[in-house]
Design a binder for this molecule. Sequence first.
Ligand code: NDP
Length: 421
Amino acid sequence: MKQNKSKPSHSTEREFGGAAGAACILVFLPLTVLVLLSVCLSEDAAVLRWPPHLPSTSHLSDPRAPPIIVLWIITHVLLYLLPLGKVSQGLVLRDGSRLKYPINGFHALCVTAVLLAVGLCVGLNLALLYELMVPLAVCAIVLAYLLSFYLYVRSFSVPAHALAPGGNTGNPVYDFFMGRELNPRIGSFDLKYFCELRPGLIGWVVLNASMLMKEVELRGAPSLSMLLVNCFQLLYVTDALWNEEAVLSTMDIVHDGFGFMLAFGDLVWVPFTYGLQAAFLVSHPHSLSPVGALGIVLLNGTGYYIFRQSNSQKNTFRRDPTHHSVAHLETIPTATGKKLLVSGWWGFVRHPNYLGDLLMALAWSLPCGFSHILPYFYVLYFGVLLVHREARDEHQCRMKYGAAWQKYCSRVPYRIVPYVY
Ligand code: NDP
């Protein structure tokens, strides 16, 4: 992204409903996580029950949860610091510098898998995590709040060019939520980059594995539905970590400050709500026919193919437009010197990667059957998130590319789903 080298003035734009919206999210999002988990773990899993299932205060905490969360974070900090994998440079910052990032998230996943395998061999009770889901989520929420306070306070001691374009409005609630500082670091340890793909994303698949172990404990063997959900989501997380370098050019790293929005999203929302399907299957078994399973596998495969191909095509093009796999594609020049792809995946719809992601999200829910809406929470929420994210990105691209972006939009009229949206 071409960055303006001048200091950012106080930002005037407000997203997420401004300070009032941010205040609501700060309160209601953590509650939503706890209610979703409690409903999911309950026998009837009735989302429309009123009053809703709320975890009783005695179920909110457990003395075993805080040490587990602390140990988990320390393990991943150490894995981050291990001199494994290559070191990549981020995009050029406002002051002209480029930060260095270790690309070793995939190594962290592999080491975690080995540690868990060894643990299981020596009698580690992984199913315990399933039983501690609510207390673990409470600890992760506390951690996200503490981290956000630290980030907010320290952001007042950094130079103006280190602030994010969107999180320094002067309104404390809004700025606390959006994040003031773009790349907070302790020495060379990048807090936002660390949280983005490691403790939460790897935590999500470990929690999934604990649900699988709980199912084995209860019924003797994992169900086909549980295996599919675990495999699909493991593929997604493995892909994200294998392609970790691509995160360096995403909106989260390049544009957004590090505040509650990302800290909570990375440390709480992803690990504790993205795996709701697996949690649901423990108490609501669903048997799949082989034909049904094959259809779901094909849907996930199609989604993954679109997601991976389109993301790789754009990443390759941004890194080296002369690369043989993208050199033949039609492009639109822009005043910034960068070009926009207008054929290939990015000529199909304006966000083919979101389309693939949504197809996968649907495939993760279908193994739970149609008896409840709860396992479909992820695909519904994700649809809303991607529509909102698309609008944010569209706004930024319009600002960056002006007339060239208008031309791209008229050449590629559909945003995510061809002929629909
Ligand atoms: P994208 O990868 O979609 O990147 C958007 C950027 O791509 C634009 O800002 C622009 O940046 C560039 N671009 C847009 N159109 C073109 C074009 N025609 N030609 C060349 N470049 C173009 O951004 P996201 O970070 O939103 O998504 C990355 C992936 O992460 C997606 O697959 C998404 O589904 C996934 N995701 C998953 C989430 C989850 O919770 N599971 C949450 C959010 C995202 P520029 O021109 O500056 O390069």
